[in-house]
Design a protein around this ligand. Structure first.
Ligand code: ZN
Length: 520
């Protein structure tokens, strides 16, 4: 009886805290979509108040004493007398709540305040520095932030590298020791493929994507694709924002955004599909556990796997366009009426080195991530100084992509992440790509008619499979447990590399060589 009462007390307390966080999330969504231009200062105060309230309630003695009736608050180990009476989801709920609680408790509130202040300041300075292409202006802020993040790692504790503590925030369980060989293997294949693509005599005509396309019609088409994906507009919305994102206040209120440019057809389209993948994950989390970790995404890598699976494995596939291309031609007859489906398919799958990560293709995107990972690691482990970053950045982009950024705005200053202290975040993008390919390969095995149904515009078998295999579990499993459970394998780049070889081998007409060529 006591157990039931305190579990109820714990979950309703957690729900209350989530109400505060979700109210803050509504304000943030509004800030990015509809807020008038001069409301920024007061909105920042409103957000800070709600977030501080939520944080204080979470690290309160209330939560601590409720947790203490189930587990040892120092180690997180479930008390022996509770071991047998709790079911598996409750175990996971307590384990994950304790994880969040103990991490939050390790950071002194004075430190949290200082970090938050520094981040909000640094973001404004970064935006100006990028606009004026002036790294020196951002340098003192970035130096302070790096210092604070190293301090944060010390507070949180780590083995091997302080970077592990930061990585663990976004991708629990992931480590430098795991990423290094994984990225090295991936890199070898990406560089080889990129060479073959660059040397290919056939190249796509991408000018067909930069004609003038009515922006209202583009957004309508994005909405149509979202509906087909099974994104529920009774529990969600699509709006415009400068940077596309997905936010959720509950599985019954999940909002996605896109952006739209007259002379850039892929931007709006693939943003809709990408954010739609994130949105389906959030709509698929179990409402009955709302407020607890069992109604939250596992990690950023798994979240990104959902968006990338839809964007790349589905949205850039032949089957997808078999159904949607005639519809798109109907909407834009003057622009696409005379363009063959194959020509369009090649254009949206173009691979070419570029300076800006967010505009990079499926293949070179991961090289951008590796550059950031290596730089972050060197900075956080103290091997390089922040002032050296522009030079190091340019050298690495040259080494990985064979091009040199013309300026820092298109180089080291391009991403917002470091300005809000997000070190250890970038690797989750590539992890997402690898998980996506693994999951899609498994979906094809489990649903033999998958390609056929996609070609008919019916994505529900895939959506339902993802609901069952990934979404419904919340944080009951870790990323590695989930991927092992679903695919029977540990994380591997193989399916991803295989997909790239197959697709780009066909498009750019090079023979996909076997990985090893041992003369026998
Ligand atoms: Zn994403």
């Amino acid at each position: 009886m006591a157990t039931l009462v305190s579990l109820d007390a714990l979950t309703s307390k957690l729900r209350e805290i989530h109400h505060l966080r979700d109210a803050a999330a509504v304000l943030s969504w509004d800030q990015e979509t509809y807020m008038p231009p001069r409301s920024g200062a007061i909105r920042a105060e409103q957000l800070a108040t709600l977030q501080t309230l939520a944080h204080n309630q979470f690290v309160s003695t209330d939560i601590e004493s409720l947790l203490t009736s189930f587990l040892d608050i120092e180690t997180g180990i479930i008390l022996p007398e509770q071991q047998t009476s709790l079911d598996e989801p409750t175990h996971a709920l307590l384990r994950e709540t304790w994880r969040d609680f103990s991490r939050a408790k390790k950071l002194p509130s004075s430190f949290v305040n200082e970090l938050e202040r520094e981040c909000s300041l640094a973001q404004q300075v970064w935006a100006e520095a990028r606009k004026t292409n002036d790294f020196q202006r951002f340098l003192p802020n970035l130096e302070r932030l790096v210092g604070l993040k190293r301090q944060e790692a010390d507070y949180l504790g780590y083995t091997d590298s302080p970077y592990n503590a930061l990585l663990d925030t976004y991708e629990p369980g992931s480590t430098v020791a795991q990423l290094r060989p994984l990225f090295a293997e991936l890199r070898t294949h990406l560089i080889r493929l990129l060479d073959q693509i660059r040397n290919s005599p056939v190249q796509p005509n991408t000018s067909l994507l930069t004609q003038s396309f009515d922006t209202t019609k583009q957004v309508d088409f994005g909405r149509l694709v979202l509906k087909h994906m099974g994104y529920d507009f009774q529990r969600g919305r699509l709006d415009l924002s400068a940077h596309p994102f997905t936010t959720s206040f509950h599985p019954t209120d999940v909002r996605v955004t896109t952006r739209v440019f007259d002379a850039d057809l892929p931007s709006c389209l693939f943003s809709c599909i990408h954010e739609g993948g994130h949105g389906l994950y959030e709509q698929g989390l179990p409402s009955k556990y709302y407020g607890t970790p069992l109604s939250e995404a596992i990690s950023l890598g798994i979240h990104e796997s959902q968006s990338r699976l839809w964007e790349n494995s589905v949205g850039r596939s032949k089957a997808f366009w078999q159904y949607f291309y005639p519809k798109l031609q109907e909407i834009f007859p003057a622009q696409l009426g005379g363009v063959q489906a194959d020509e369009f398919y090649f254009a949206i799958n173009r691979v070419a080195p570029s300076f800006i990560r967010v505009e990079a293709d499926e293949l070179t995107y991961n090289l951008h991530i590796m550059v950031r990972f290596e730089i972050e690691l060197d900075v956080i482990e103290g091997r390089v100084q922040v002032e050296e970053l522009p030079e190091i950045w340019n050298a690495k982009i040259q080494e990985y992509l064979g091009i040199t950024p013309p300026n820092d705005a298109e180089g080291v200053l391009q991403d917002v992440h470091w300005s809000f202290g997000a070190f250890g975040y970038f690797p989750t993008y590539t992890l997402g790509n690898l998980y996506a390919a693994m999951l899609f390969h498994q979906a094809k095995k489990d649903i033999p008619t998958l390609e056929k149904t996609i070609g008919e515009g019916n994505f529900l078998p895939l959506k339902n499979w993802l609901n069952d295999q990934v979404h419904q579990w919340g944080r009951q499993y870790s990323a590695s447990e989930l991927i092992q459970r679903v695919t029977g394998q540990a994380l591997t780049p193989e399916p991803f590399i295989q997909d790239l070889e197959e697709k780009f081998g066909n498009l750019y007409q090079f023979s996909t060589q076997p990985h090893s060529q041992n003369p026998s």
